[in-house]
Design a protein. Sequence first.
Length: 114
Amino acid sequence: QVQLVESGGGLVQPGGSLRLSCAASRFTVNNYAMAWYRQAPGKKRELVAAITSADDTTNYADSVKGRFTISRDNAKNTAYLQMNSLKPEDTAVYYCYLPVLNYWGQGTQVTVSS
């Protein structure tokens, strides 16, 4: 059974950084497109970043361009979301997503607050 397990969330001050991890099981992360979404309280889930399977092309929401970076490590079979210069409006539950199977991880909470 496919599994996606996120980790790395937490409380951080504005301007700080976090790296989220998405450990995958039963498939190889480099072979499939993957994405990170987030959902803030009272808001719809939104795409944050995505990476293609073919050539590692990346795509970002305008609100995070230049601050967030999606990547993956085949040796660790893990996808990452590096988040820098965090803002209070980045506060949300962040989800790892495997589009080919419409499969979601359980989510990890990120809170940006002083």
